[in-house]
Design a protein around this ligand. Sequence first.
Ligand code: ADP
Length: 406
Amino acid sequence: MKVMVINCGSSSLKFKLFEMEKSNSVVAEGIVEEIGKEKSKFKYRSKSLKKDEEIIKEVEARDHTQAVGQVTKMLLDPKAGVFKDKIEVDAVGHRVVHGGEKFSKSALITKGVKEVISECFDIAPLHNPPNYSGIEACEAIMPGVPQVAVFDTAFHQTMPKAAYIYGLPYELYERYHIRKYGFHGTSHEYVAGKAAELLKKDIKNLKIITCHLGNGGSIAAVKNGQSVDTSMGMTPLEGLVMGTRTGDMDPAVVTFLMKKEHLSPDEMDNLMNKKSGLKGISGISNDLREIMAAAEQGNSRAKFAIDIYCYRITKYIGSYAAAMGGVDIIVFTGGIGENAANVREKVLAPLKFMGISVSDIKNKSKEKEKIISNGKVKVMVVPTNEELMIAMKTRYVVSESNNIYR
Ligand code: ADP
């Protein structure tokens, strides 16, 4: 079975084509960027090319449908393609950021499912519209191929009410569905499962804290295999200090700043989502590597940007250990979680009271999957693989629906 995984942003479309029967191997992958411009950039690799060969070319992709058209054209290319005469994709799995309260698992895409995805445009204005365009694009280019929506929010739908209701008048939750939803669910679920598997333990008996630290970042408390709390909220803005997002702060700051700086709601939104976090504090970049380089040169704002970033993560780990009444495993993943040994060290240093003692050699070793503290609480690094998880969920949903209709 060949499953294509699609992740659409407002001006980009990433895809990965998996051959599920051959140990989930990736047969082709790529990205179309700058969709909507006169010329878009297409980067592509496949098993038909040499190992490190990558095709980079300019293509026309005025919208997501044209972008999907460019992908299928490439997949049929006599040299670089992986299909001979026709596209033989058995299912398409879409990353959909917001599923609201309706989806606690992945869903076969129908008219009704599409309606719910579009109902969430209000609470996910940056993410759901392009995800929706990606679905329509695939329907147009690959008609008849089953499509599945895999929601970033679904894994967190098991959170108890005490964790997801905000301290606002309850009618506002009823009227607008304002509540914590949480994101990165596919990643948290994947690495929690993988960590349990690596330790040969049953996830149903474990308390796990998963730290997904990339450009965006979130932490989840996973008890007995279910998400019971997570740091992102109704939108991805809540929680950790991120590349460009504020994370938690006093909500009164919002109205104060809007008045003082004469900011419109959109301008305030932009400030909190795009100009804050590591970038806003350091004044250098949202990229941790650049901030670390500046800190090494003695740049004080870079130094305290890293301090603030790590402190917030430590606090969340502590609070989730309290929320679950303990913790067995802490997992680091994402670009920063997987690669930045100094961040892991700094985050974990205050947690000695939990018996955590980081092995410097393990922490700095090149191994991708590893245990860096091996006491009662295990601390692990586990690379995430959201695309594979989406492909596996897609295969499951499609085979289940075949069973239903047979
Ligand atoms: P996204 O959320 O966009 O998928 P990633 O998970 O790729 O982001 O993470 C991007 C972040 O990871 C950047 O801040 C980058 O600096 C950081 N990062 C990547 N590699 C390293 C590294 N070797 N050391 C430190 N930080 C790294």
